[in-house]
Design a protein around this ligand. Sequence first.
Ligand code: C2O
Ligand code: CU
Ligand code: CU
Length: 400
Amino acid sequence: MPAAPGPVLRVCQASPLSVLVKNGLSEGTTVHWHGIRLPNAMDGVPGLTQPPIAPGATFEYTFTPPEAGTFWYHSHADSAEQLGRGLAGALIVEESNPPEVDRELIWAIQDWRLTENGQVAPGFLKTMEEAMSGRVGNTVTINGRTPESVPVRAGERVRLRLLNAAPARIMALRFEGHRPVVVALDGQPCEPHEPAGGRIILGPAMRADVIVDMQGDPGTRHDVIDDFYDKLSYTLVTLGYDAAPPSRAHPASMVRLPRNPVPRPDMVSAEQHVIRLQGGIMGGTSGSGAIWSMNGASMTGDGGDAMKPLLRVERGRTCVLDLRNETTWWHPMHLHGHSFQVISRDEAAVPHDEWGDTVLVRPREKVRVAFVAENPGDWMFHCHVMGHQEAGLMTIIRIV
Ligand code: C2O
Ligand code: CU
Ligand code: CU
């Protein structure tokens, strides 16, 4: 089996965290703290916020997570390969008053392309693939393993923290015989709701906190199915009930997570920016040699500070990004150092007070997100399909 994800890091909301990273690879690396509103110098982007950590060298990351929620960390150098080889882990920031549940589970879900003898297959950037869906693998693991079943007990309430840590695979999870309720997306609380069609859709880098009341009968088994891709539906895992009688007669009332201190956008004074996502197979190219671009410009590879920022925003302003996907592919678009409110999709208001740091944009879709630019620095904005990022779907938003 491939290497498991890194350890789960747990910290209390608003308490300082320090992580010493030692690079044991034979190439440079950095660690990015995805979704955390932290000082720019701790953001872990090679060539932009720090030089890469050389092989054998160390770097200490210190920051204080202002928000509680399900976050994660991952390498941000040679991303297609380093993430393709699994350099990622969950970062849990705990509420001071967590909602009452019987149990908490974290599923860090990764997707691997394995050879017949179980090695991670080489070839992390193949032009044809990067111009399409990216490197979707053939083996999906939960916390580094392919567990057949997860033991559960009738009547119990579980808080399940889902993390899609795959380099390219999009997931749509259905819990047969269950009605999970989404209470947070990308770490940010939302109005508790059952997902549309019972499917929890997670693009790469996205997280969901769901409350699952185990309402199956003792002794039964229920599949958790990922059927995002038409012909690639598979059973991710099975919930296996033990024989014990239900621990409660009816599910408890729904919990709501306490709000985080993210600043609310001021839509009246907001500045608007149209960002066109372009390229890919059947999308036309910008002529730069890159496969993908935003408003005609492409930043490739690991990025860096050589490219002019796409936007320059004054600190404190509310910024609306009007994302227009002109391609025929899905793109999980991620902004570093901020959380945004997801305002509308194809002009229709998005319900449930949905926030995120990554928003999955469908082919040809228009999505508007808004955030307060309160964190100064140069922040990456890119597609989290690693092959798309490295092939041009990446830029910088500068907050001054
Ligand atoms: Cu998960 Cu550039 O980020
Ligand atoms: Cu990030
Ligand atoms: Cu993409």
